[in-house]
Every structure is written in structure tokens, then in C-alpha cells.
Design a protein around this ligand. Sequence first.
Ligand SMILES: N[C@@H](CC(=O)c1ccccc1NC=O)C(=O)O
Length: 306
Amino acid sequence: MDVPGGGGGRGAPWRKMSKEELENQYSPSRWVVRRGAEEAMRTYSQIGDEATKKARATGRSLLDMPYGDGEGEKMDIYFPEEVSEALPFLVFFHGGYWQSGSKDTSAFMVSPLTAQGVAVVIVAYDIAPKGTLDKMVDQVTRSVASVQKRYPGNRGIHLCGHSAGAHLAAMMLLANWTKLGVTPNLKGLFLVSGIYDLEPVMHTSENAPLLVTLEDARRNSPQWHLEMAPAQPADPGCRILVIVGQHDSPEFHRQSREFYQALRRRSWEASFEELRDVDHFEVLWNLTQKDYVLTQIILKTIFQES
Ligand SMILES: N[C@@H](CC(=O)c1ccccc1NC=O)C(=O)O
């Protein structure tokens, strides 16, 4: 099979990069502008940890709800004060290159969203080396189906993912819901600083615990499916917002832009947003703030459609 004709094809810029340059492009912490790499990562974990503690201490929640039989197949559900049968849901998948991160430190957006009447679900999945990419995609698919089964009267489910989590969210566009016996009421996707073509990542040190082969990479690349697989009908009721931070690396910008363009070519209702003056991590920790531009975009989108 040939490689995609677009940015992932033979002429893709990453194919001409040295090993060091590729490593650099796919190390988000090396592109932060306001602090050192380690400090940025530390601050990110700290803010995620504090936001999660706050969400668990102050609001109503159901923690560690199983969405499958596996030990790691759990999700935390955070509710707004107002009890309602018909809540809009936002389901979040954390990042960490499919090998770090946890639902227990990823409730960044819970407080500002529950305060406005949105139920927020933070999903755990088996990161590598325990989980493979296929396993993670399957788990995330079942978590979304489980939200729909548990709350059939929901007023729409929006998915949000950061970095590797944006990849998992984007893979939901290819999910076979019929197999799971339920079609989630998907209204939108917020894809934040994501990776949609996994092939370049396969050539970096991040692949050591993942052990992704070229076939795994393609099977699990939404970009590849959009460009190469037979066209699937786009869902006109599902809006997709592809978001990248100004200080994300040029390769992260390229991945987001090309995924957005591929979505548009396949008739998805997609839009693209570059967020001013934020790096790969700040974009997420800013979601703890109700006034942050992305928090406001998410709320506006959810309430326009619910
Ligand atoms: N090793 C990476 C860490 C990283 O990429 C990351 C960390 C936390 C949350 C998301 C991340 N990126 C993609 O999933 C780095 O050097 O930036």
C-alpha cells in the first residue's frame, strides 16, 4: 500500500529530518517559552493534580465507575450542582504520549464546566507498556459507549482530548458503534494539540514503550484513514474543532492543519483554531480558568447545540 498523498506522503517534511530534529519536533516540552522543559512538565502535573483534588472535594462525582471488566477501565464522572436528566456531557482523554498521565491528575476543566451545567467524564485507559494502541482505542471507544448507555437522555456528548488524547478522540470518528450496540449522541470533538499521523512518532524515542510498527501506526492514524480508506459519510451533526497552541512545534502545527484539511475534504464540519501565546501544556492548564478563551469556546459550542 502506498503512503498518503498529502502531508504524510513521500514528500512529508518529517521524512527529511535528522533523527535529532524529529526527536525535537515531537518533544513538546522543548518548545515551551516561559519556563524550562522540566519546570513546565512539573507545573502541568501540579495544576492537574490540584484541579482534580478540588473537583473531587467540592462537587458531586462518581469516581472509578467501570466501563469494562479490565482493572484500568474506569472513569470519573463529575456533575453540576443542578440535577437534571438531560445533561450535556464532555468526555476527556488525557495526553502523555500513550505512556504517561492518569485520570487522577487530569480533571483540568471540571470546575469551570460543571459550574455551567456540563457533566464531565475523565477517562482512564491502559497506557503503555500495559496497553497497546489498539487496546487504548478500544477502551476509549467502550468508555464513550458506556456514557451513552448510562445516560441515554443526555443532551449531547462532546469529546475532548489533549495531545495523545486528541488522537484517541479523533479515532472515535472511525469507531464501529454498531458492534457495541449503542450509537453515542456525539455532537462535537475538541482536539487540542493532537497527533493524527503516528508514523513520524514511530521514529522517535517515544516509541520505545509503544513498539508501534508501520502497520499499527497506519491502522491507528486518523489522518491515514481520512486520506486512504474508502470515504465514510461525515456526520453533519458532529462538529470538530482542531486546536493547536501558538508555541507548539512546527510538526504539531502541521499535524493539526493537515488533519483539519483532510476533515474538510471529507465533508466534516471542522474548524481550526491557533490559540495565541500558549504552549503544549499551558493550553490545558488554562482550561482550569472559566474566562480562558478555549473554556469559553467549549462552553459556547456545547450550549449552541444541546
Ligand atoms: N515526553 C514529552 C511529554 C509529552 O509529550 C506530554 C506530557 C504530558 C501531556 C501530554 C504530552 N504530550 C502528548 O501526549 C515531552 O518531552 O514533552
